[in-house]
Write a protein that binds this ligand. Sequence first.
Ligand SMILES: NC(=O)c1ccc[n+]([C@@H]2O[C@H](COP(=O)([O-])OP(=O)(O)OC[C@H]3O[C@@H](n4cnc5c(N)ncnc54)[C@H](O)[C@@H]3O)[C@@H](O)[C@H]2O)c1
Length: 259
Amino acid sequence: MARLAGKIALIVGGGADGPPREGEKLSIGNGRATAIMCAREGASVMVADRSLALAKETAQAIRDEGGRAETVEMDISREEDCRRAVEATVKAFGALHLLVNNVGIAIGGRLLETSAEQFDRMVAVNLRGHFLTMKYAVPEIAKAGGGSIVNVSSLAALRSNQMLPYEATKAALLGLSRSAAMSHARDKIRVNTVLPGLINSSMVRRQVGDREAQVAPRIPMRRQGTPWEVANAIVFLLSDEASYITATELVVDGGLSAR
Ligand SMILES: NC(=O)c1ccc[n+]([C@@H]2O[C@H](COP(=O)([O-])OP(=O)(O)OC[C@H]3O[C@@H](n4cnc5c(N)ncnc54)[C@H](O)[C@@H]3O)[C@@H](O)[C@H]2O)c1
């Protein structure tokens, strides 16, 4: 049986903002792959994204495979949008069980290269937004009898590459998730984080192009991960296969962090 049959999922950042990989018709990032995988596992999916056009591409890909998907335009840095995204999901499908916070941006650099405005924007998008979507989603998930939340962090939460605001917000996300998990374990709501390593995703291709050949030699598995491999980890944590797993972190990095 499909692992998410009968579940309703809200995927925040479910579009894919970047060029497709060579040979790909549709650009795939972690958020889009997760939305598609959730639908393949039987969930009804609300795709939330700052870009309605990108959300619609994901929803269409799901419908083309016979799945159920709707879209909502929202900016995770706006509280009202976070509230509305949850409301739209419940209105469209009748309940909410699963939330994935996939949004993450990377601006700023080293300490002295980062402005206060850049730092504030990073906190608003990469951290405060995840707090807000959880704040509005948790009462609905509790009402539905429980569920699961996955926040997408990064290996940058554990290892530094001189991207101060990215690393600080991704590390703070671990604490945010752990604390939310503690508060709502009794409501049967599990909260976990996934930490992707070097992934050949829409985000990376947009920012630095296809760097497979350049970075592969540094990775023990000698290749970047794919967004599908990140999505597999997220779907596992969303599913009942992870029924006793909460407040933890799952690293998906081909062994990179162990070096
Ligand atoms: N690709 C990697 O190598 C890698 C590594 C570690 C972590 N990650 C994390 O994975 C996540 C993103 O992966 P992706 O491949 O899906 O990236 P992506 O850049 O394609 O982003 C997914 C979607 O988020 C949307 N978005 C951006 N800002 C938003 C906002 N303010 N409100 C609502 N939606 C917004 C974009 O429009 C896009 O459609 C991030 O959290 C990122 O930090 C990626």
